[in-house]
Design a protein around this ligand. Structure first.
Ligand SMILES: NC(=O)c1ccc[n+]([C@@H]2O[C@H](COP(=O)([O-])OP(=O)(O)OC[C@H]3O[C@@H](n4cnc5c(N)ncnc54)[C@H](OP(=O)(O)O)[C@@H]3O)[C@@H](O)[C@H]2O)c1
Length: 262
């Protein structure tokens, strides 16, 4: 088969949630380079937001936010071809299970599980109607390798997302829509960089020592470093492309070997 990688997504409309920073920004750039028309969402518009990428401001942890995104995209473009549910975060406090309130749990599940569920529900009828589309859920290795303490609800929500993604693929793959999960390990985003600086400052150690302390907390990364956002974006770009036409219902772990089991 002869694929033109440069323009393999030309004519496609793609949404990347959380596409203004970190991994989402790298995914938006990658899909745009492959020729897609790319829309990104976040709560805040960056000052340097590229003009060729359509930005929609929305808080996706709320049903009104996801509804706004679905309505604006369908009104402007009529349909969506590629949905990358990238946005996700863990904002709950440390201190173990006793300090985590119902509010902490609900907020984490809204952001990491219900936001993708609502966006899928908004765009899937159009994809099923046209008999084509790709949905990718960005989960985390924490779905299988949960860290306790502050990320307890996040790990549980991501495990729910992985399970939901598989169930959804069973329902819609026969109708032509591919549904996939990408589960990254630690990614060196600007937020990760700031976290490392804080650890180095508070421990009086070097950036390298702080980086190793995070890798040790994960049980080590055989590759010896976190992923770059562009490495995760490359996997997503491939999975969204026609080259991955037979891939659906599967989870792709990209973690430099972090998960210690097969
Ligand atoms: N970084 C890692 O090491 C790592 C590891 C495994 C998995 N992941 C997963 O990979 C994905 C991307 O993570 P990242 O670390 O690259 O993200 P990031 O750099 O923290 O960026 C998060 C993006 O989401 C937006 N966002 C956050 N909360 C939002 C909300 N309530 N409504 C709308 N937009 C919101 C942010 O913009 P605003 O703040 O302006 O809204 C930003 O664009 C997430 O699903 C994460 O769970 C990350």
């Amino acid at each position: 088969m002869d694929f033109n990688f440069e323009n393999e997504l030309s004519g496609k409309i793609a949404l990347v949630t959380g596409g203004t920073k970190g991994t989402g920004k790298a995914i938006a750039d990658r899909l745009s380079k492959a020729g897609a028309t790319v829309i990104v969402t976040a709560r805040n518009k960056p000052e340097d937001q590229p003009g060729h990428i359509h930005f929609i401001a929305a808080d996706l942890s709320r049903p009104e936010g996801t509804q706004k995104v679905v309505e604006e995209i369908l009104a402007e473009y009529g349909h969506l071809d590629i949905l990358i549910n990238n946005m996700g975060s863990s904002e709950t406090p440390g201190g173990g299970f006793t300090v985590l309130s119902d509010h902490d749990w609900e907020a984490t599940i809204q952001t990491n599980l219900l936001a993708p569920v609502r966006l899928d529900r908004g765009f899937l009828p159009g994809m099923v109607g046209r008999g084509e589309g790709v949905i990718i859920h960005i989960a985390s290795i924490q779905a299988r390798l949960p860290l306790y303490d502050s990320t307890l609800p996040y790990a549980a929500a991501k495990a729910g997302l992985v399970n939901y993604s598989k169930s959804l693929s069973n329902e819609v793959s026969p109708k032509g829509v591919r549904v996939l999960t990408v589960s990254p390990g630690w990614i060196m985003t600007s937020a990760s960089g700031r976290m490392i600086e804080r650890i180095a400052d508070s421990s009086g150690g070097t950036i390298e020592q702080a980086t190793h302390s995070v890798m040790n907390a994960l049980g080590g990364i055989p590759f010896g470093r976190p992923a770059w956002p562009e490495e995760v974006a490359e996997l997503v770009g491939f999975l969204a492309s026609p080259r991955a036409a037979y891939l659906t219902g599967t989870e792709y772990v990209i973690d430099g070997g972090t998960i210690p089991t097969i």
